[in-house]
Design a protein around this ligand. Structure first.
Ligand code: C2E
Ligand code: CA
Ligand code: CA
Length: 717
């Protein structure tokens, strides 16, 4: 620092010569300093910092009267007072003008330095003026202030509630929206009572524990950005976004912004609802159902449980629309929707898939549960619809698909249930049916086969063959099983084992079955007319049996052919029990009342309950071919066959074995007490003429033993 030596100016009365502080006195000071003569108030000396501060050379200052350099009234007043008061002191902020005209903010301190004389008169000493430039500091303070003001304005201008905290979670800033959104009392905020504010927020949310956990997770990770939803106890939903607040790349706190999503959610919920529901009935639509199925899938997988999808389609709904008008149609659909809802448990759901098609999703339902639901549907639908003066009934066809067997996703389950529903439609409507899983690849060939079958029936390509049934002890032919045969002109002979299942699936088996029934009954009647009493057994498909008109069909066939009912046997499978067992019992009783005989075919392959068997008016059990095959060597087949025979005896039922090909098999059956058998051992199914030849007229090769008796076996006399 360069200190100018004091040069008393001519004409100026000063005492400076008497006691001048050393130049080093000013030079040693970092701050700008003037030394002012106590008497004349002239500047005696300045240091280099002082020349820099005001941008004036030393000689522009030295010798000047200090009051001319004062720019504020405060300073002017001081120098007036200072003349008589050496104790005067000033230390404050003031402004000074730089040589270039700028105003400088300066902290300026003026104090008295006594002279060497005894007297402490002002005139005998010096004034030391020390100045520190505050301009920059002042500027940055100003800047900061305006920045804060801007920030606050920014904070307030957003619709979000904003809270800024330090790393410890203490509030540093917030906006009014934040306070309003959380309803935080003003005094808590005014006092910046962090603990109280935090407690308030915690108590405002629905799940305090969860809120606390999540908040501390956020706070434990100062660099984490997060976004989550908070459900408030008053029902509102806030979105909370939090960002780390960084200073020089290091986290110093966190900015939370809160947005009230309640209205938006309500609106989007409504939109969702509209997109997911059916306008007419208010039920969920197909899309909503598909989502629900996906959800149920996850639940079922987790709980290792099942669920069922029921596809309910109104029968002949188009007629209602056409005859009564669409307004009525709509009323029916609404009423159906209500009825379907009524037969559901809370957890289940019903949806409208399309025009008159509905779907029900049944939780925790296996086949039995699904069946119960299907029955409830039939129940509620059987009540008549009463509109104005009109009263009518509407039936429906229901297809059932089970998860996961019939489909692993919504599309597959919907398709399976729909296929099963169509199957019901095809086979006469008004009931329900389970989907039967099958290979997709077969679909086309099955469709072709189905088509060919329909043509075959029209064109009379079906024939019946008859397989003799023989009494084990007497060796007499005691009956014949009618088995269908089909020779397709292109494909040749097609086995019923191949086409009957397809016909069962499409429902066409009902039509085929009726043809078989009439044909077989006519044949037996024809034989009887020729004087040959030969009972015929006809295979009846479960679906055929379940037709409402089945009993009438049988009665009609008997009546029109004149065949005594006891010469007709119906071979039923355990599948008839799959539906309503009570209803099955009902029908069996009606058939029994007609006087026809009944047997359970393929016995042992299904799941007949002994309880039902006891109540059924049947005469025969037919042991399935699959158990005969292994006889006599296969111990498990032998065991099963023995058990069936004993059971038959206990229930006073005849037992017949099918598929008997060897003597050894027949001998085993004879020892086990089996009453009758049929199989290649005696004869395969034969066309009527061959059958007559072989059995009646004895034209065929007689069986290996007891030939004489067989020869006479089927004779009436
Ligand atoms: P099913 O009722 O169990 O008929 C017995 C099947 O075993 C017949 O086959 C018969 O030809 C065959 N069979 C008889 N004896 C023997 C033997 O000793 N060894 C062997 N390996 N097989 C023997 P088919 O005629 O091919 O009929 C197959 C299935 O088709 C029948 O099984 C039945 O379920 C169904 N079916 C046949 N005709 C009709 C019908 O008119 N209506 C209905 N609904 N189903 C029929
Ligand atoms: Ca059979
Ligand atoms: Ca069988």
């Amino acid at each position: 620092m360069n200190v100018l030596p004091f040069q008393p100016q001519a004409g100026n009365q000063t005492n400076a010569a008497i006691a001048l502080p050393p130049a080093a006195f000013l030079d040693g000071m970092l701050e700008a300093a003037w030394l002012v003569d106590g008497g004349s108030h002239c500047v005696l000396a300045v240091n280099a910092a002082a020349t820099t501060l005001l941008g004036m050379p030393a000689d522009g200052l030295v010798g000047q009267r200090v009051d001319t350099l004062a720019h504020t009234p405060e300073d002017a007043m001081f120098w007036v007072e200072a003349a008589s008061n050496p104790a005067a002191l000033i230390d404050s902020e003031t402004v000074m003008r730089h040589a270039d005209g700028r105003m400088l903010w300066v902290r300026r301190r003026i104090s008295f330095v006594p002279g060497t004389g005894r007297a402490r008169a002002a005139a005998e000493g010096f004034w030391l003026v020390v100045m520190r430039d505050q301009t920059q500091q002042r500027q940055s303070e100003d800047e900061r202030e305006s920045l804060v003001a801007e920030l606050q304005a920014t904070l307030e201008s957003t619709a979000d509630g904003i809270l800024v905290t330090d790393l410890a979670g203490r509030m540093r800033a917030f906006n009014h929206r934040f306070a309003a959104m959380w309803g935080i009392p003003a005094d808590l905020l005014r006092e910046r009572d962090d603990a109280a504010v935090q407690l308030w927020m915690r108590r405002s949310v629905l799940d305090n524990a969860d809120y606390t956990t999540r908040l501390s997770a956020i706070q434990d990770a100062p660099l984490m950005q997060s976004s989550d939803m908070l459900s408030l106890a008053d029902g509102r939903v806030l979105e909370r976004v939090s960002l780390p607040q960084l200073s020089r790349g290091r986290p110093i706190g966190r900015v939370f912004s809160f947005r009230d999503l309640s209205e938006k959610l309500a609106a989007s919920q409504r939109i969702e609802e509209l997109a997911h529901s059916d306008i007419l009935t208010g039920l969920p639509n197909r899309r909503a159902l598909a989502e629900r199925i996906e959800y149920m899938k996850a639940v079922a997988r987790r709980e290792n449980s099942l669920f069922a999808l029921l596809n309910v389609d109104l029968d002949r709904f188009a007629q209602i629309n056409e005859t009564l008008g669409h307004a009525y149609g709509d009323r029916v659909l609404k009423e159906v929707a209500e009825r379907l809802k009524d037969c559901l448990r809370e957890v289940d759901s019903v949806a409208r898939l399309g025009a008159d098609q509905f779907a029900l999703l049944i939780h925790h339902a296996d086949a039995r549960g699904a069946e119960n639901a299907a029955r409830r549907i039939q129940d509620v639908m059987s009540r008549p619809f009463n509109f104005d003066t009109l009263s009518f009934t509407v039936t429906c066809s229901t297809g059932i698909a089970l998860f996961p067997g019939d489909g692993s996703n919504a599309d597959e389950l919907l398709a399976s249930s729909e296929r099963a529903m169509h199957w019901v439609k095809e086979s006469g409507r008004g009931t329900f049916h389970f989907h039967r899983p099958r290979k997709e690849v077969d679909l086309l060939s099955r469709m072709r086969l189905d088509h060919a079958m329909r043509q075959a029936l029209q064109e009379g390509q079906f024939r019946l063959h008859y397989q003799p049934q023989i009494a084990v002890d007497s060796g007499q032919v005691i009956g014949a099983e009618a088995l269908i045969r089909w020779r397709d002109p292109l494909r040749g002979e097609i086995s019923p084992g191949e086409f009957i299942p397809v016909a069962e699936e499409s429902g066409f088996v009902v039509a085929i079955g009726e043809w078989v029934l009439h044909q077989a009954v006519e044949q037996a009647a024809a034989w009887l007319r020729k004087g040959w009493r030969m009972p015929v057994a006809v295979n009846v498909s479960a679906l055929q049996f379940q037709q409402a008109r089945f009993i009438d069909t049988v009665a009609f066939a008997l009546r029109s052919s004149g065949l005594p009912p006891n010469l007709l046997e119906l071979e039923l499978t355990e599948g008839i029990l799959l539906g309503d067992a009570e209803e099955a019992l009902h029908r069996l009783q009606a058939l029994s009342a007609l006087g026809v005989c009944m047997s359970i075919d393929d016995f042992g392959t299904g799941y007949s309950s002994l309880a039902y068997l006891k109540r059924f008016p049947i005469q025969r059990l037919k042991i399935d071919r699959s158990f005969i095959k292994g006889l006599p060597g296969d111990a498990s087949d032998a065991g099963i066959v023995n058990a069936i025979i004993q059971m038959g005896q206990a229930l006073r039922l005849h037992v017949i074995a099918e598929g008997v090909e060897t003597e050894a098999q027949r001998d085993f059956l004879a020892r086990a007490g089996c009453d009758e058998f049929q199989g290649f051992l005696y004869a395969p199914a034969l066309d009527p003429l061959a059958f007559e030849e072989r059995v009646w007229r004895g034209g065929g090769k007689p069986p290996a033993s007891r030939s004489a008796r067989h020869f006479l076996g089927g004779l009436l006399t």
